[in-house]
Design a protein around this ligand. Structure first.
Ligand SMILES: [Zn+2]
Ligand SMILES: [Zn+2]
Length: 227
């Protein structure tokens, strides 16, 4: 009887919510979907931080040289937002990309000029071998499809870096300086994609490499950002 009830439930709720492990009709259950830590309302046009009023640059980023033009993120890196990133990063949950990440990323890019290509932030080949995929590349490929742009897998990690979790902003910049290089010339208006924005050091190092390789302009988008 139990099995029958579960089979019946599977017809309506064919999977588990990636955040709370309860039954869900999609990648998230309704409660977790409603609890998505969305960044609504006014944000800084440069760093994407929620602000009291729409502003082209905010107090947090006015003295920071990112190396890219600006960055947007649809979610705060907390609660369900964090669970989604973990599902992507450690479980390679690709349905999350298509069902959740791409609509969120496309939404946050609404109103921006078109991009010539979407560029994933690369991971070191050793890490790629171990994990089997690069979560930024999963996001970039899904997003490129959603916004009608190509994907340019031009960036590679040329020097291994330390885990950044415990590092300060200055240490992070030093940690990733010179860590990325393009495999070919870059051109046009590019959109860098990563899963989480913390200080922008990694995106900045990637943007620098693309600009040196000939890109005209580099923008960035991440699924989550710390606030
Ligand atoms: Zn849930
Ligand atoms: Zn700002």
């Amino acid at each position: 009887m139990q099995a029958y009830v579960e089979a019946l439930a599977d017809l309506f709720y064919p999977q588990w919510c990636l955040s709370c492990d309860g039954r869900a009709s999609d990648v998230l259950c309704r409660a977790c979907f409603d609890a998505l830590p969305r960044i609504w309302g006014p944000t800084c046009g440069r760093c994407g931080l929620p602000t009291a009023f729409e502003t082209p640059v905010c107090g947090e980023c006015k003295n920071v040289d990112f190396g890219f033009e600006g960055v947007r993120a649809p979610l705060r890196y907390e609660g369900v937002g964090k669970e989604i990133v973990h599902a992507l990063k450690y479980r390679g949950y690709t349905r999350v990309v298509e069902k959740l990440a791409v609509p969120l990323l496309s939404g946050t890019l609404r109103g921006t000029a078109p991009f010539d290509a979407v560029v994933p932030v690369p991971i070191h080949r050793k890490r790629l071998r171990k994990r089997g995929f690069n979560q930024a590349a999963l996001l970039a490929h899904g997003l490129a499809h959603g916004i009608n742009a190509g994907v340019s897998d031009t960036l590679q990690v040329v020097r291994s870096t330390r885990d950044q979790v415990e590092l300060s902003a200055a240490e992070r910049r030093a940690n990733v300086a010179g860590a990325f290089a393009p495999k070919a010339r870059a051109r046009g208006r590019l959109l860098l994609v990563d899963d989480v924005l913390t200080t922008g050091a990694t995106l900045g190092a990637c943007a620098g490499a693309l600009l040196r390789a000939g890109a005209a302009e580099v923008h960035a988008v991440t699924l989550c950002r710390t606030v």
